[in-house]
Design a protein around this ligand. Structure first.
Ligand code: SF4
Length: 403
């Protein structure tokens, strides 16, 4: 087996280290008698990369905070112990409960704060409203600063007005943020391509996976940000759906990866990590099993082979994945419709299995828009969709499932 420098046995040992670390401390933590994070020795040496021109070294795996953090304090503790010290949250995750859970953890473990690269996000594009949102986030997080603050879910670069530059400078002076940037789930390539021109963007978190990373536009956009010293964090790296055993091609791919010693999900992470311009992958790790699996992939040095990449390219070429290019389809629906947002809600429900998050995100679409969604004609949008997404059927299913 050609494993480019590390044997499968090494990889399995790596997985065992991660799983053992989560398992042993997990049992103790569940009983409430485990060591505090200050007492616990780090279980792994997580690889780190420099986050843009900030010079800050961040772990290549980041803990996405879209889960019930108040009731899963053990995941936070074990993430820290496994070197996953980049924590991502947002004011809106769980209607603030994600931040509250991290705040609970920091209140009990105040010495941990200095080890964590803490990120939060605010929805507003208005500096005054962002100030309120940031202050509320800091209160929930029980900290005086975040390392990076994102303007959340930017679809078009024009949403980012000129006032944000001065706002960021002021908040840095006040010591409330160290870096400022934005996150993007839609039209990512266009947003990234335009970001260097703004002159204030320190970092971007954006949808980036084996399905979207190889388009010429995305390649150029990532390179432009990298050259400008903008730190890049990838999200949605699993590419939206599970593999089907009904498909011979997909079954073959699963079988190949399994023989190579990793899962398709770990292969998806590796595909992104092999792009060194990406500082970190932010992954929602709801439980210790997913945490252990992702940490094992981060520690493993096995590179994907040319055949592995080709197989992933074939899955990507088969389409059916909503790539967030809303500017293509949304203007073709009479009166407009937030197609990409609704597809993201469906992904939260069906691929992440997180119906609460799906419903919360869906509820952010104005009621007047939601009530019209099932009755709109999506035919022209379907014809234009480069991924061949059955938009009409999925929009109607979303209305039924998420209302
Ligand atoms: S439905 Fe198609 S065109 Fe619309 S955002 Fe998704 S991939 Fe792009």
């Amino acid at each position: 087996m050609a494993n480019d420098g590390v044997s499968r046995r090494d990889f399995l040992r790596t997985a065992a280290v991660a799983a053992g670390a989560t398992g042993a401390a997990g049992a103790a933590g569940a009983l409430g008698s485990g060591p505090t994070e200050a007492q616990a020795a780090p279980a792994t040496t997580m690889p780190r990369r420099t986050f843009g021109k900030s010079g800050i070294k961040v772990p290549i795996l980041a803990l996405g905070g879209i889960f019930d953090t108040p009731n899963n304090q053990l995941v936070l503790r074990q993430a820290l112990r496994l070197g996953v010290t980049y924590w991502d949250t947002a004011e809106r995750y769980g209607w603030g409960r994600s931040e509250l859970g991290i705040g609970m953890y920091l209140a009990k473990n105040p010495t941990a704060r200095k080890d964590i690269f803490l990120v939060s996000k605010g929805r507003s594009r208005d500096p005054k409203e962002l100030t309120k949102a940031l202050d509320q986030s800091l209160k929930r997080l029980k900290t005086s600063y975040v390392d990076l603050y994102f303007v959340h879910a930017v679809d078009e670069i024009s949403e980012l007005g000129p006032g944000l530059k001065a706002w960021g400078e002021q908040k840095k002076k006040e010591g409330k943020i160290k870096l400022l940037g934005f996150s993007s789930h839609q039209n990512m390539a266009a947003c990234l391509a335009a970001a260097p021109k703004l002159g204030w963007v320190d970092g971007i978190m954006f949808t980036y996976n084996y399905r979207v990373m190889n388009t010429p536009q995305m390649r150029r956009a990532v390179e432009a940000c990298h050259r400008a010293g903008i730190g890049l964090t990838a999200m949605k790296t699993q590419g939206g759906r599970s593999y089907s055993t009904d498909s011979a091609a997909e079954a073959k791919l699963v079988d190949r990866f399994t023989k190579r010693g990793f899962t398709p999900q770990q292969a998806h992470l590796k595909a992104v990590w092999e792009d060194n311009r990406i500082a970190s992958i932010c992954s929602a790790m709801y439980n210790l099993t997913v945490l252990a699996s992702n940490v094992a992939a981060a520690l493993d040095r096995t590179k994907l082979s040319a055949i592995d990449h080709e197989l992933l390219r074939r899955v990507a070429a088969a389409g059916g994945y909503c790539a967030g290019c809303g500017s293509i389809c949304q203007t073709l629906v009479s009166g407009g419709a937030p197609v990409a947002d609704v597809m993201r809600c469906l992904m939260y429900a069906r691929q992440y299995g997180d119906r609460d998050l799906a419903r919360e995100t869906y509820a952010e679409i104005p009621t007047a828009v939601r009530v019209r969604l099932a009755g709109l004609d999506y035919g022209p949008a379907e014809k234009a969709c480069p991924q061949g997404v059955p938009i009409g059927r999925l929009m109607r299913e979303a209305v039924r499932e998420l209302a």
